[in-house]
Design a protein around this ligand. Structure first.
Ligand code: ADP
Ligand code: MG
Length: 265
């Protein structure tokens, strides 16, 4: 059983506070959706969990409880976070010319002290499960792949690495319905299978991701705060009503309504 615990997290980027107090706990086998409008801080949250440079943590903690240990995630370099079982599926997968998928996975397996004896077979069987064409396996990572192929490639890496907790940053952006179904279904299976099923933090705008990946909890992130938490029904409410009902009053919007009121009198 693994648990990612985010407590009181406040963070800034280029001097601007983006996350204003996030509390979130994700355990093995749970699927947590984080939904929110553009600019809410969703990608910032994923960047901070993985340790992307350029973000400053102002307050709070992130811990990964696994194998009887409690790891201080914020004190670890990114590669150690990944080796400990955290994994990010990126919104915009990076192209890495000259580096093939099997080389990436070999490095990752070695750093996790996992045998690479049947890595080739594993890659092929995972590719088959998500309908990722084998001829792409020998290309440079994400180079000349379509949006859907890139996300299939990301999903293949996730499945092969089998981390403890995965963050999916808009897995559903830039891919077609078939690719979305294949990728989301694979993640849903991972969240159900094995002794220590995958814990998932799925960041998205749209509830269509949840046709295949079934969330246990839905959180709404707006202006750097979680303003609402519910079950899958909350995603359906958002789809019909939008984020407006959940958006916190900002200083700008408060000013705008004060001005509008002043204009009336
Ligand atoms: P979301 O993923 O919810 O759409 P982001 O986390 O990407 O939102 O961005 C939140 C806010 O932080 C936005 O206003 C964005 O412009 C700003 N931001 C994020 N990363 C950077 C960065 N590296 N440099 C400058 N501003 C950033
Ligand atoms: Mg984003």
């Amino acid at each position: 059983m693994a648990t990612l615990k985010i407590e009181g997290l406040r963070a800034s980027v280029v001097g601007k506070e983006i996350l204003k107090g996030i509390d979130l706990t994700v355990s093995s086998g749970e699927v947590h959706a984080v939904m929110g409008p553009n600019g809410a801080g969703k990608s910032t949250l994923s960047a901070i969990v993985m340790g992307k440079p350029g973000y400053e943590v102002l307050a709070g903690s992130i811990t990964l409880e696994t194998g009887g240990e409690s790891l201080d995630v914020l004190a670890m370099p990114t590669w150690k976070r990944a080796a400990a079982g955290l994994h990010l599926v990126m919104q915009y997968p990076t192209e890495v010319p000259g580096v093939q998928l099997d080389a990436v996975l070999t490095e990752a397996f070695v750093s996790r002290e996992r045998s690479t004896d049947d890595l080739d077979g594993l890659i092929r069987s995972e590719a088959g499960r998500i309908n990722f064409d084998e001829r792409f396996l020998t290309r440079s990572l994400n180079v000349d792949l379509s949006g859907g192929e890139k996300k299939r490639n990301e999903t293949l890496q996730l499945a092969a690495l089998a981390p403890k907790i995965a963050i999916l940053d808009e897995l559903d952006s830039g891919l077609d319905i078939d690719a979305l179904r294949d990728c989301a279904r694979r993640v849903e299976d991972m969240s159900n299978d094995g002794d220590e099923p995958l814990g998932v933090l799925a960041i998205t705008h749209y509830s269509r991701l949840f046709d295949e990946l079934k969330p246990d909890f839905v959180h709404i992130l707006a202006d750097g705060r979680i303003v609402e938490t519910g079950g899958a029904e909350l995603a359906a409410t958002l789809e019909s009503d939008g984020y407006g009902a959940f958006a916190p009053a900002t200083e700008d919007s408060a000013d705008a309504s004060a001005n509008a009121l002043a204009d009336l009198f």
